[in-house]
Design a protein around this ligand. Sequence first.
Ligand code: GAR
Length: 209
Amino acid sequence: MLTVAVLISGTGSNLRALLDAAADPGFPARIIVIGADREADGLAHAEAFGIPSFVVPWEAYDSREDWGAELDAQLRVWQPDLVVLSGLMRLLPRDVVAAWSPRIINTHPAYLPEFPGAHGVRDALAAGVAQTGASVIVVDDGVDSGPVLAQERVSVLEGDTEHALHERIKPVERRLLIDVVRRIAEGDLELGARPADLDAHRPQAADEN
Ligand code: GAR
């Protein structure tokens, strides 16, 4: 059984869909912990499903690196097989990406590499494209620049608002995300192992100093 940690910032509607999917005993992955960078509304889903959660408040840290180090420490407690960024609206520091890569994935409301960043839906609308989309990618050091695992087009309709378009993209994201997690769990989608077991890696790094 693949164990999954999910990180969020917002309402967690995609998280909710993953929780619903994982509640099926036949689903090959289990969400073991949910983390957030703030007291996100989506944490209510963790409570509803009886899943542990943690908050590492962005504002409480002096730097992205300090914040990321605490986030990483919290994840290490749970040792998930996979980390899913599901609307986490912060860039992770390089060290954290390196520690979990390639077993860390992100869902994004655009057809990457088009419209990366925090405003993927708004930027697509502003560009006047006829189609945008949804993508699930492996997280790397860049902004939404990692390898694409799954993506699908969504049409922009006349008179679309950012909200309306985003609400049509999200169900596609959910379907892609659930499918990608299932395929990783079943071994149909090979991400590769993390560079080393995290606990084993630490003392070794200390010895090298
Ligand atoms: C999702 O559309 C997700 O792709 C997006 O935030 C939304 C979260 O919705 N993430 C990004 O834009 C990251 N660049 P949710 O909280 O309702 O699941």
